[in-house]
Design a protein around this ligand. Structure first.
Ligand code: NDP
Length: 400
């Protein structure tokens, strides 16, 4: 049906690309382009002969808008799926706009020198995309992404009004290392070492990092410690879910992870301020990334499950109602299917689905949109079909 240019060839991209190849009726052609072209070539070689999707590869520096434009003009895709890092979002959005191509990503823009992610930079493109008749779909991963679609689905089918949302991200997988991150270590550590925040009564409430801890008994997993973090979907859901009073985001962390993180922070290894080392400028966090296990190597070692979902509390026909919509995913099952652990899997599958929604016209409308702004039903159906089936619990435990 159509051609997609995929930028990035890391953990998430590798899953999304394999899922596109399983769905070759929609993705008749893909071009995989990244900084290190050998990774793209290796994946192409692994997949060719197993799929009808035609695969090409290219080298690109996604920080260079002119290079991106030249590549887009050469490949002529209908959609660009950005699976590089959040720092590249605006460059890729600029290039798509200049070339008249739709845009999809999984994480919102973050300036490289400030650990602060906000939608304001990407929302500033709304008029330009609308005038150009192009769609930019922001945050088509799991959280944000599927959690945003769960919110739209809950509102459409279960509630007249949603007042409280708690987004829970539980990874009960064990990779056997004392410390490793499940996706890009730099992005992950920037996220968890930042101050926490949640939305309440129309404004942000800021917390110290890891200040708020709760224990939650996750279906199919059991009780886990979880901590309140700032998370990007809170910003858009606060605008798009009418009647909302509070939105919080919690992620589970084990004791070993937190002890290591605290120690690394205390000695300055998580800093993003450049320092001089033996006559060369280095960023401590980027150096740390270089010595940590590569997240894509965790697949064969990681055992256990993830459970990610949203608890909604609100009203239906004048009565109070609560539900938990969630997905559980087994690390080893993901590894068997695509050679990756569940964190990459749960992001890569919705990335493929987001690109499909634009390519087949289901979610095409000019402008810049977050996931909850579209009809959730086709996306929810696609999740069931493409490996992330979801469940609804009508009597969930609440988080106090
Ligand atoms: P990885 O670090 O594994 O992969 C990033 C890829 O982008 C690598 O192939 C890298 O190339 C490439 N890249 C980086 N910079 C450039 C550049 N300037 N030009 C071209 N290519 C570049 O990251 P992940 O796969 O773990 O994460 C990908 C994205 O998914 C991130 O934005 C992350 O925040 C997001 N994410 C979203 C989630 C969600 O639920 N919404 C959950 C998890 C991740 P090279 O191989 O040369 O390093």
């Amino acid at each position: 049906m159509g051609k997609v240019l995929i930028i990035g060839c890391g953990g998430v991209a590798s899953v999304a690309i394999q899922k596109c190849c399983q769905n070759s009726e929609v993705f008749s052609e893909i071009c995989i382009a990244s900084r290190t072209v050998s990774k793209c070539d290796a994946l192409k070689e692994k997949l060719e002969g197993t799929t009808k999707t035609k695969i090409t590869t290219a080298q690109v520096d996604a920080d260079n808008v002119e290079e991106l434009k030249a590549l887009i003009r050469k490949v002529e895709p209908e959609v660009v799926l950005n699976l590089a890092l959040p720092y590249q979002d605006l460059h890729i959005m600029d290039a798509c706009l200049a070339c008249g191509v739709h845009y999809v990503d999984t994480a919102n823009y973050e300036p490289e020198d400030t650990a602060k992610f906000e939608y304001k930079w990407q929302w500033a493109y709304r008029d330009a995309y609308e005038k150009a008749g192009l769609t930019a779909l922001l945050g088509s991963g799991f959280d944000p992404g599927v959690t945003s679609v769960f919110s739209a689905y809950a509102l459409k089918h279960y509630f007249d009004e949603i007042n409280y949302i708690d987004i829970l991200d539980c990874n009960a997988g064990d990779h056997g290392y004392p410390f490793a991150t499940n996706f890009n270590p730099e992005i992950n550590i920037r996220e968890v070492s930042a101050k926490g925040s949640y939305w309440e009564d129309g404004h942000w409430v800021e917390t110290e990092p890891m200040e708020i801890k709760r224990v939650y008994n996750f279906p199919e997993i059991g009780p886990k410690d979880m901590y309140l973090l700032h998370h990007e979907e809170i910003e858009s859901l606060a605008l798009n879910i009418p009647g909302i009073k509070r939105i919080r985001f919690f992620m589970t962390f084990g004791e070993s992870y937190l002890t290591h993180l605290r120690c690394l922070e205390n000695v300055g290894m998580t800093s993003i301020e450049p320092i001089m080392f033996e006559g060369k400028e280095i960023v401590p966090l980027q150096f740390l990334k270089a010595v940590l296990p590569d997240p894509s190597s965790l697949g064969p070692r990681t055992k256990g499950k993830t459970n990610i979902g949203c608890i909604f509390v609100g009203k239906k026909d004048g009565k109070e109602k609560k539900i938990y919509i969630y997905n559980t995913c087994d690390h080893q099952e993901c590894y068997k299917e695509v050679g990756s652990q569940a964190v990459a899997y749960t992001t890569g599958v919705p990335a493929m689905i987001g690109a499909m929604m634009i390519l087949n016209g289901t979610w095409k409308k000019p402008g810049v949109y977050n996931m909850e702004e579209f009809d959730p039903d086709p996306f929810m159906e696609a999740l069931n079909k493409w490996g992330l089936p979801w469940k609804v619990s009508e009597d969930p435990e609440l988080v106090d």
